[in-house]
Ligand binder design. Sequence first.
Ligand SMILES: [Zn+2]
Length: 378
Amino acid sequence: MKNTIIELAQNLIRRPSISPNDCGCQAEIAQRLEAVGFTLEWLPFGDTLNLWATHGSEDPCVVFAGHTDVVPVGDESQWQYPPFSAEIVDGTLYGRGAADMKGSLAALVIAAETFVKNNPNHKGKIALLITSDEEAAAKDGTVKVVETLMARQEAVHYAVVGEPSSGKVLGDVIKNGRRGSITANLYIEGIQGHVAYPHLAENPVHTALNFLTELTTYQWDNGNEFFPPTSLQIANIKAGTGSNNVIPGELYVQFNLRYCTEVTDEIIKNKVAEMLNKHALKHRIEWNLSGKPFLAGNGKLVKAAVQAVENVTKITPRLDTSGGTSDGRFIALMGAEVVEFGPLNATIHKVNECVSVDDLGKCGEVYYQILENLLNGE
Ligand SMILES: [Zn+2]
């Protein structure tokens, strides 16, 4: 399986599919999958190409999810090997997307392909959900495919996202959830005036101070077994005209919360509204929810994944929910258990992005065994 994975990974890296471009990656994958009996469905939205490929029709449905788009290469002269040449040197595959995530995408595809070849009458259903819009807007990719599937009541029970989850060595971390992320754009209104005539003005910086102290010191929760406590950070704050004799008319504060499953976006919004009222601040606020938190806990998929990783790498993975958001957040909306497992993330989005060839082979074995544990067990 390893050689086929590496060959496919190299082919994918040689296609310069900077987000949201796909550059034929999905067509190459689709051709392979179709050859072993997968049914293909193309779901393009806007400038984004998405592929939904399935094999089998029973429950449960196991999804392998990944993306073909990559982030820009930056200063190309900084790269030791050209970013789209997919060079292998001393057992390491170099190139943009090698680790995030064309390498693990190739491993997911070959694992599914091999499993279906070896088990043509497997239980359940295997699906690949592949998008070209994960790194940029993430508006026309997985989220739209999920909406389409939900509208026609097509269920997904388990999803493995091939994002690079490993830290120091392959297999040390499986992500079994992610925190939620929500941003507020808050405008506190005052009355602009001359600093020499404060009685004719109202300084929103001053009136907001107590509120901001409360906002930034409030303990939202204590986290839980799988999540650290919810945290709030002010990302941007702005007031004033630049002049030293003008009391500003408005204070802009932008803050973001990374929140765990102990609170909800509704609880957060209500609490902030309560604080604003308590301090009698005239304001307007706009909320932007980029992802609700999700947690696979220690369910059947997590157990299957842990067992597979232990088998292949001889390491017991730590279950972890840290890091930014991923497309897992959309699939989790379907009520599916979602885990992320993939190679080392040390070089992702950097120059000289690379991945160990051996690790990609092992990723393929892990993905294969997850299918075996979920669909051939009992
Ligand atoms: Zn990625």
